[in-house]
Each structure stands twice: as structure tokens, then as C-alpha cells.
Design a protein around this ligand. Structure first.
Ligand SMILES: Nc1ncnc2c1ncn2[C@@H]1O[C@H](COP(=O)(O)OP(=O)(O)OP(=O)(O)O)[C@@H](O)[C@H]1O
Ligand SMILES: [Mg+2]
Length: 588
């Protein structure tokens, strides 16, 4: 195990020192208490036999023996032990909780500020695991394992110390046993770590298959594939059980070996102490003490190695979270400070796109190549093109969601690359291709910052053709929206997203296939209403159904990341061989 990750956490030096001292103290007391008992017994025996030769005395007073001083020290040591146990538990839990809290809040901060690329390249399940399983391990298991590991190590060392004190010759025999123990634990830790990982990795497909089966139950029943799915579930369960069976077997393997070492320790301690007591008159109390400790060593050794292996596996959670913490956040700062940006920017909504090249990652090919365009204030622009031609990527470039590695976008005289990110994103509205609603109320979904009045919310709903739907819902604006907006149809969700954009009334609105799931009649009403409500604002509409952009002021046709055609729709329609004209023909 690498002491590293905990070692890198800010406050650990003192905390871990305190925790270690608190852990060591109760264990260090145990041998002292037991030695005291052994001495007390010896003295008692000695006094019974010796002074004045009164062998048959029955009470301490008769023998002239006094327990009082021993009892006092014994009681003080016991009380100290109890108090220190409490200090140990509290310190370890407190240290663990502080570390877990710090890691969790840093992780949350990193994920919230992480670039979109992280979410595209990291499976959601793995991110959820960092927040659930790994955080749970750091929260609950690592402090307990650390406590057990330190306790079993210290108990083991103190037991060996006591045996060596009683019979120093035992130290010589300890060397080969320590070597044997070292090799056993080394062997076991590798196997245990791999088996634990195998158990974890075989559990994920099992859970995924189960949830997939439950979600797709209707389809499975329709195709009568129940048996196939049941069989697959049993296969995954078997794979997972095999890993846990082997893990249990590995634990038994270790236990047997540690029992062997323990038995050797008992044998050596017994032979050495009995020989010592015969030839060097070692007291019986100390012989008993040595043997008692020798009997316990195998148990301590076993727990020590198992805890070490557990700790190693659990530190994997810290390692995985630390790796995620290294994610570079999006660059939220801009060359311009917030105070340098005019208050109502962008007021006109004039957009100049100069030589714009965009990619999703520095390792990927550009998805927009040297795009140039000029959109006048208040113009209604329609963008069309085949699937994958770069329309959505174009809209994302306005929000700096993609890597603009060449060229620039200038809005009302300001290069957007220089603006603080938060400010840039708060000044435009975009309606994404996938409508997203959050669980809560309609009011929360339309106006998460609670800035708009009810009147403004109803007005936005009216523009989005949703007023009548919301009026019939119980609670009106406070009607419940379930997770992902599943209590509304796909088209209604798109309309809610439109209404959300209308509430903000920014001077630039970008709609990425915002009406794709809406029926033709509603769509055409919507187009007209949007054109009226946003008459003086710049609206960029990305559309598959080209008839929705026939009335636009400017049409941009895209193909494989470049602008193929760029003019008024009437002009493009007049050119018989234009791509736009062919799209319009195909759409009829
Ligand atoms: N998250 C992503 N990571 C990497 N490449 C991407 C990503 N999203 C899109 N692309 C690539 O960028 C190109 C343009 O995609 P984009 O989504 O902009 O197309 P589109 O014109 O909006 O298509 P559609 O009409 O289907 O919505 C495609 O070739 C696609 O493979
Ligand atoms: Mg798209």
C-alpha cells in the first residue's frame, strides 16, 4: 500500500499523528496491565511460600500480602485503557470523516466544473460509482479498516514483545518466522486484491443486466425471450459468485498458514519459557503470560494481513477519486473582466464569424472548418444540412462548449473568447436538440432563478402554445414535473424548453431542431408567434424540415463542417442546382 493519497490530503500530518497515537495507546497499555497481573500473582505466590515459612496461610492478611498498590495501579491502567479506546474511536472516525468530506466536496466541484468532454468519454456508471461506492468506502470502511489494521498490528507487536521479554531467546526464532509471514502476506495480498477487483467488475454487468431486463421487460415478453434473459442473469450471478468463493478460499488459505506460524510461535515460546523456568527459575506468572500471548499471535497475524489486504483494496477508491480530481476544469476566466462587459450586452445581436474551426477534442478531427458568416442584428437565420454536417456543433461554438482552435466569433464587437464563461453563457438562450426538463415544478423549469413574475411565465407559455395545457393541470404553474419531464410528451417537453427561452428574452436565440417532435400545425403557429415575439432579436433556427426556414432572412446550408451555401432563401431557390432547392423539393 502506498501511503501517498492520504499523505497528499491537506490536514493529515497532525490528524494522522493524533489518530496513530490514540490507536497505539490502548494497545500499549494491554501488556502493561497483564505484566502487572503476572507480577502480582508471582509476588502473592512468593509471599505465601516464603516469609516465616507459613505455607498454609489462606488470606492475604494472614500471609502479610497487600493487594492495594497493585489493585490501584491495575484500576488506573484499566480506566486509562477505556478512556483511550474512546479517544481512539472518536479520533479515527473524525479524521476519516474530515478526509471523506474534503474528497467528496472536491470531487463534486471538479465534476460540476468539468468540460463536457469528460461526460462524453466517461461512462455515467463510472462517475456514479465514484460518488456512491467509492465515497461510501472512504466514508465508512477506510477508517474502520485503518483502526483494525493498527490495532491488530500493535497487538501483534506487543504480543511478540511480551514473549521476547519473557524469553529473549525467542527473538532468534522470530527471524525465520517473520520471513515466512512476509512471503505469505505478499502472496495473499496480490491474490486478494485481484479477486476483490474481479468481484467488483463481475458485479457491474450483473446489475446492468438486471436493470436493462427490468426496463425492457415489455420487449422481452413480446419476443418471448424470458428464458434467454434468465439464463444470462444466472451466468452473470455465477461469474460473480465464483469470484467471491475464491476470495473466501484465499482468506482460508491465509488463515491456515498464519495458524501454522502461530503454532510454531506457541511451540518455541513454550519450550523456551519452560526451559527458562527450570534452569533460570523464571516465575510461573511470567511463563503463563508469555504462553497466553503466544496463543493469541496467530489470530493477530491473520487479522493484520487481512486488514492490510482490505486497506490496499479500499485505497483503490481514494486512487480513483484522486485520478478524477486531476481533471482540468473549463476555463471560466476570460481576458475581459465582468465589469468591462457592457451591462446589456449583446444589445443588437450582430454576429460575425471569422474563419471558425472547431473540434470536440485536440485528438479528434475538426467538425467545423474555416467557417465565415455575417449575421445582421435582428436577422432570422435558418441553418440546414444533412445529419452530421455540423449544425449542432456550430450552435455549441457560441457557448464555448467545443474547442475553437482557430478563428473567432464576434458578437456586438466583442470576441466571445475573451468573455468570462459564466457571463457568456448567461447572455444567450439555446434550445437544444434533446429537450431537458428537471424534476420539480413547471415554475422551476421555466425560471430556475425565480426572477420572472407569474405574468411573464404565462406569457411565455402562451407563445409556446402551452397555456391551455398548463391551465388544466392541478396547481397550474406549480404543477409537478417528474424526473426528466416524463409526465409530458416529447413535443410538449420541447415546447417547455421554448417557453424557458422566451422567459429569458435574450437578444440572441438559438433553436437546434427545437420543433422536431411537434406536429405541423402547432409548429407553423409557433414559427409565426416566435417571429412576432422576437421581431427585433436575432434568431438562429437549425432545421431538418426546411419549410420552417423558408421565411428566414438568411439561409446557411452546411456540409461536412463547411458552409456550402449562404444567401436569402428566395435567391437559393431560384438556383435550380442549389442544395437548398433540392432539400426543399425533397421536403414536399
Ligand atoms: N460529442 C461529440 N464528440 C465527438 N464528435 C462529435 C460529437 N458530437 C458530434 N460529433 C461529430 O461532429 C460532427 C457534426 O455533428 P453535429 O452534431 O454537429 O451534427 P448535426 O448537423 O447537428 O447533425 P444532426 O442533424 O443529426 O443533429 C459529426 O461528424 C459527429 O460525428
Ligand atoms: Mg444536431
Amino acid at each position: 500500500m502506498d501511503p501517498f493519497e492520504l499523505g497528499r490530503l491537506p490536514f493529515r500530518g497532525v490528524l494522522l499523528g493524533a489518530a496513530a497515537a490514540a490507536l497505539a495507546a490502548p494497545q500499549a497499555l494491554a501488556p502493561s496491565v497483564h505484566r502487572l497481573l503476572a507480577r502480582s500473582l508471582d509476588l502473592q505466590r512468593h509471599q505465601r511460600q516464603d516469609p516465616r515459612g507459613r505455607e498454609n496461610c489462606t488470606s492475604a492478611q494472614e500471609c502479610g500480602f497487600s493487594h492495594s498498590s497493585y489493585l490501584l495501579v491495575f484500576s488506573v491502567l484499566c480506566c486509562l485503557g477505556i478512556a483511550l479506546c474512546l479517544v481512539t474511536s472518536v479520533t479515527v472516525e473524525w479524521t476519516g470523516l474530515r478526509v471523506a468530506k474534503e474528497l467528496h466536496s472536491n470531487l463534486l466541484k471538479t465534476i460540476i466544473l468539468a468540460p463536457m468532454r469528460l461526460f462524453e468519454t466517461t461512462p455515467l456508471g463510472s462517475l456514479l460509482n465514484r460518488f456512491s461506492t467509492d465515497t461510501n468506502t472512504i466514508d465508512q470502511h477506510i477508517p474502520a479498516t485503518l483502526e483494525c489494521l493498527s490495532r491488530s498490528t500493535l497487538l501483534c507487536l506487543s504480543a511478540l514483545g511480551v514473549i521476547s521479554f519473557v524469553t529473549p531467546v525467542f527473538l532468534i526464532a522470530l527471524v525465520p518466522l517473520a520471513f515466512a509471514c512476509y512471503f505469505f502476506q505478499k502472496y495473499f495480498r496480490v491474490a486478494s486484491r485481484d479477486l476483490q477487483q474481479l468481484e467488483d467488475s463481475t458485479q457491474l454487468p450483473l446489475l446492468a443486466h438486471f436493470s436493462e431486463t427490468v426496463e425492457g421487460l415489455t420487449t422481452i415478453r413480446a419476443f418471448r425471450y424470458e428464458a434467454r434473459f434468465r439464463h444470462k442473469l444466472l451466468e452473470f450471478t455465477d461469474a460473480n459468485n465464483i469470484a467471491s468463493l475464491f476470495l473466501t478460499a484465499a482468506n482460508r488459505w491465509l488463515e491456515v498458514r498464519m495458524e501454522y506460524i502461530g503454532a510454531c510461535i506457541v511451540l518455541i515460546a513454550a519450550v523456551a519459557s519452560i526451559t527458562n523456568s527450570i534452569y533460570n527459575h523464571l516465575s510461573t506468572g511470567l511463563v503463563g503470560l508469555g504462553l497466553t500471548y503466544a496463543l493469541m499471535v496467530s489470530n493477530y497475524l491473520n487479522w493484520m494481513v487481512r486488514n492490510l489486504a482490505d486497506m490496499e483494496v479500499q485505497m483503490g477508491s481514494v486512487r480513483r477519486i484522486s485520478a478524477l480530481l486531476k481533471t482540468e476544469p473549463e476555463s471560466y476566466e476570460g481576458l475581459m473582466s465582468a465589469s468591462q462587459v457592457p451591462d446589456g450586452w449583446p444589445q443588437q445581436g450582430e454576429i460575425q464569424i471569422q474563419n471558425l474551426s472547431v473540434r470536440y477534442d485536440s485528438t479528434l478531427k475538426p467538425v467545423l472548418k474555416n467557417v465565415n458568416a455575417h449575421i445582421n442584428p435582428g436577422q432570422k437565420v435558418g441553418i440546414c444540412g444533412r445529419t452530421g454536417s455540423g449544425k449542432s456543433s456550430f450552435s455549441l461554438a457560441f457557448f464555448r462548449m467545443v474547442d475553437t482552435f482557430e478563428g473567432r466569433i464576434i458578437i456586438d464587437g466583442i470576441d466571445i473568447a475573451q468573455l468570462p464563461l459564466q457571463m457568456l453563457r448567461s447572455r444567450f438562450s439555446i434550445i437544444l436538440q434533446d429537450p431537458i426538463l428537471f424534476s420539480g415544478t413547471i415554475r422551476f423549469n421555466l425560471d430556475p432563478e425565480s426572477r420572472a413574475s407569474d405574468c411573464m411565465l404565462w406569457e411565455a407559455l402562451e407563445i409556446a402554445q402551452l397555456k391551455s395545457v398548463v391551465k388544466t393541470l392541478p396547481g397550474g404553474l406549480d404543477a409537478i414535473v417528474t424526473e426528466g419531464g416524463e409526465n409530458f410528451s416529447q413535443g410538449q417537453r420541447q415546447l417547455f424548453c421554448l417557453a424557458r427561452a422566451f422567459v429569458r428574452k435574450t437578444s440572441i436565440l438559438i433553436m437546434d431542431e427545437a420543433t422536431a417532435s411537434i406536429d405541423m400545425a402547432t409548429e407553423s403557429i409557433l414559427q409565426k408567434v416566435v417571429m412576432t415575439a422576437f421581431a427585433d432579436r436575432t434568431v438562429v433556427t437549425i432545421a431538418h424540415r426546411v419549410h420552417t426556414i423558408l421565411k428566414a432572412d438568411l439561409v446557411i446550408v452546411m456540409k461536412r463542417g463547411i458552409i456550402l451555401e449562404h444567401d436569402k432563401p428566395e435567391v437559393l431557390l431560384e438556383q435550380e442546382d442549389s442544395v437548398f432547392a433540392s432539400f426543399v423539393k425533397a421536403d414536399k
